[in-house]
Write a protein that binds this ligand. Structure first.
Ligand SMILES: *Cc1c(COP(=O)(O)O)cnc(C)c1O
Length: 440
């Protein structure tokens, strides 16, 4: 059960004003709702920059031979964000033509982009090569042939990494060390397919094999997952050196560092995690007698999640005596599908209430025509919460705007950035004319 207490101010950019009102990045949320309407996605620009710097500084301080940080832009993708990521010096992961084009519009140097996905179409491949995307992360042999063929036709040599499945289950990695061999992503070390695809990549004329990539999962709170993963991957690097005479330049160990959505979860220490990964990898490389390749991290969620907050306005409050209470808001699964998809926990707070005014246990639900359109269940709200009040859903910077849909022909909320005292629109609200623009 979620209760509205000071513990629920789960990130350093949340506070309370003198009258008990919830503040985000020191901004008054009622004024922002009045100015921009709701539902409203807010982003705290300084929190995004703080997270970028935590990664970039740790990469510089703990990896003397170099480390790269690529922002996994599927977490949140819009022009202004690519500009901020570029200003902070990170690279980006992209997974579609749409993300590549958006980054291009933001003047992002695409040489610093990795193109992911387990099924790149010929059209995707041609587009990415023509746009100068620096690296492809290749999932499987079929894709390898396609990229080699298309790069050849275009008279280019394309740098690639191979996505390898190290057989680490991020949540039970010690007990089930091969748990993830059956993934739809990548080529497994255990089945011998990783070695086969490495040999194949080395034999194809229009590809330059730059190194290996893996990504074992998301919402990881235990740094040991990265230590186990990097050890398996370094052993694979060594193995390929022995068997194929190929030494990887780069080893990408993916993203996935967790984020605090509710008070019971910890706040992972990015700097400490990278430090322990660096120490373990240097030790492993020494023991294996190989040079440590350039290490790459691909954080998505941990860069943007707690820089985000979504504001909603309460509509219908329905009490079904003896059964359940519902508080409906003017958004829902169209702007935040994560509870409907995976039952993800969130903290929801009434904006203009003092701490401890919460008594009624309810489900906070959206306005879509689906019983499953739920933002969160078991939430405690003030007994007398009523139409017109604001509710904030915390930690919505990752996989919200980027996963939003137009279900029920709802327009997507705007994205408003908060920077010091300033607030400015990064993505405008989708109106009815936007929704019908493509109808013939
Ligand atoms: C999604 C993804 C990431 C980022 O994961 P987060 O949990 O958001 O940090 C990194 N790399 C790859 C290949 C991914 O698919």
């Amino acid at each position: 059960m979620i209760t509205n207490t000071e513990r629920d101010l789960i990130c350093s950019n949340l506070s309370r004003g003198e009258n008990g009102e919830l503040l985000f990045a020191s901004h008054n949320l009622s004024s922002l709702a009045e100015k921009y309407g709701t539902p409203l996605y807010l982003y705290d620009e300084s929190k995004i920059r703080e997270k970028c710097r935590a990664y970039m500084n740790a990469a510089k301080d703990f990896f003397p031979s170099g480390a790269r940080v690529m922002y996994a832009s599927k977490a949140a993708s819009f022009k202004r964000l690519y500009e901020i990521i570029n200003e902070e010096g990170l690279g980006i992961d992209v997974v579609s033509v749409g993300e590549i084009y958006t980054a291009h519009l933001a003047a992002f140097p695409l040489e610093r982009a990795y193109f992911h996905s387990n099924n790149k179409t010929d059209t995707d491949i041609k587009y990415a090569i023509s746009m100068g995307v620096g690296y492809f992360v290749v999932d499987n042999a079929e894709e390898l042939y396609a990229i080699d063929r298309i790069a050849g036709e275009m008279g280019k040599k394309q740098k690639i990494l191979l996505r390898i499945t190290p057989g680490i289950d991020p949540h039970t990695y010690a007990a089930v060390a091969t748990g993830k061999v059956d993934s739809k992503f990548g080529s497994a070390i255990e089945t011998g397919q990783a070695e086969e695809i490495t040999a194949l990549a080395l034999s194809l004329p229009s590809l330059i094999l730059y190194g290996f990539h893996c990504h074992v999962g998301s919402q990881i709170f235990d740094a040991d997952v990265y230590l186990a993963t990097s050890k398996v991957m370094l052993e694979f690097v060594k193995d390929m050196q022995l068997k194929l005479g190929y030494m990887a330049y780069e080893l990408d160990i993916g993203g996935g560092i967790g984020v605090r959505y509710v008070a019971d979860q910890p706040t992972p220490d990015i700097r400490a995690t990278l430090r322990s990964v660096a120490e373990a990898m240097e030790k492993n490389a020494r023991e294996l007698g190989i040079a440590l390749p350039t290490v790459c991290f691909e954080p998505g969620r941990s860069i943007v999640a707690d820089a985000g907050l979504t504001l909603y306005t309460v509509g219908t409050v329905k009490r079904i005596p003896g059964y359940k209470n519902y508080v409906s808001v003017d958004g829902g699964m169209a702007d935040n599908p994560r509870y409907a998809l995976y039952g993800s926990p969130y903290t929801l707070l009434p904006v203009a209430r003092r701490v401890g005014e919460d008594k009624m246990v309810c489900s906070v639900v959206g306005r879509c025509c689906e019983s499953g359109d739920i933002l969160q269940e078991g939430v405690t709200m003030p007994e007398d919460i009523r139409r017109g009040e604001l509710i904030a859903c915390l930690t919505t910077g990752a996989y919200h705007y980027s996963m939003a849909s137009n279900y029920n022909r709802l327009g997507r909320p705007p994205v408003v950035m908060l920077d010091g005292d300033r607030d400015y629109v990064a993505v405008r609200r989708e109106g009815i004319e936007d929704l019908t623009r493509l109808d013939i």
